[in-house]
Design a protein around this ligand. Sequence first.
Ligand code: F3S
Length: 405
Amino acid sequence: MFLTAEEQDMLAGGQGKATRKAMQILVALGTIYGAERMLPVTSVQVAGVSYDNLGEPGLQFLQEMAEGGGQARVLTTLNPAGMDVDAWETLGISPEFASSQRRVLDAFAHMGVLTTCTCTPYLVGNLPHFGQHLAWAESSAVCFANSVIGARTNREGGPSALASALTGCTPAYGFHLDRSRQPSLCVEVTAGLEACGEWEESLVFGALGKAIGDRLPESAHPPVTFIRGLSRVSLEGLKAFCASLATYAGAALFHMEGITPEAGSLKPPAAVIQIGERELNLALDSMTSAAAEEVDFVSLGCPHLTIREIARLAELLAGKRVKKEFWITTARPTKFLADRMGLSRIIEDSGARFAVDTCCVVAPIQGRFHALATDSAKACYYAGAKNGFKTLVKSFDDVVREALQ
Ligand code: F3S
């Protein structure tokens, strides 16, 4: 693998221990995947932030990198942590966990990583443009960056994303190369998604992602899909779709005719699958395992809510009281805006809680609840797989109604 003089210096330890370790990780990856060289990246999104997932070994690795002089060389943002950094106590997080989580965040901050703690970096200042090379972890954001924006990133893991932050580069393979971005499967959507209401999109597009995933064979290299038959989708619908397709199809990239930027220059593949009402309904049904009366936990914000979704929530909750534990998960800058607009007060007066910096999947809440109501296909998967919760999936508005019953 060709390395520039500076990259060789990093690998030889000329720029500190942490940078050497970071370059070793990237060279190993590049060698495995046959990369010929490194590419400079313009931004990084690091995942693997919750102490619930990292544990002591993960924390130790981060502290070693920080103590070894690691410093981010490009804009680097962070995935959600295991707690609201300010309001962890009111969410029932233990002081022991909070202390460990703070050490994780301190290590990242020491390395110059912005502790944004959100899975929607593109909403809070890490917004790449078309064609830029990135090193992003967080599968939903990777799918959004590649597909909706047309930037280029592989699905990085926590250590490889951090390694790119500390070196400013990534090996040139996979979705950085034109040939990996070609679609090989056409998906014709005949389900008539245009008929769905504005606030049903997160549910319906999440179901579409699962329906596509259910039709694909299990593979370490899922096909890049070329999706036809959709004439409109909101930012919120795309956010939900990317999270779902990444979860159920393992996808890092799709093209959507008339909507995503690369679709217009690509030829639709000959191989076709169709997704109609039946497939969509099957996907929806398969995500529900709880009856309404079993629900004891309600959450919206997987991926993190936009300010438009928070405004809708305030509209639905104004003057009412929720009867179940209800977490609203979003990025802190979005919450600041909600505070300024008077939306947070309306929401909090209803008894619902903001769980900023975190989410219902990465927080340490296993065993605390029995069944989750959500509009998120991704949350359905991980609430079951990670936390053992049953799930009830509904539209955004209906999830709020669930909390009020
Ligand atoms: Fe984000 Fe947590 Fe969902 S990280 S995409 S809110 S599982």
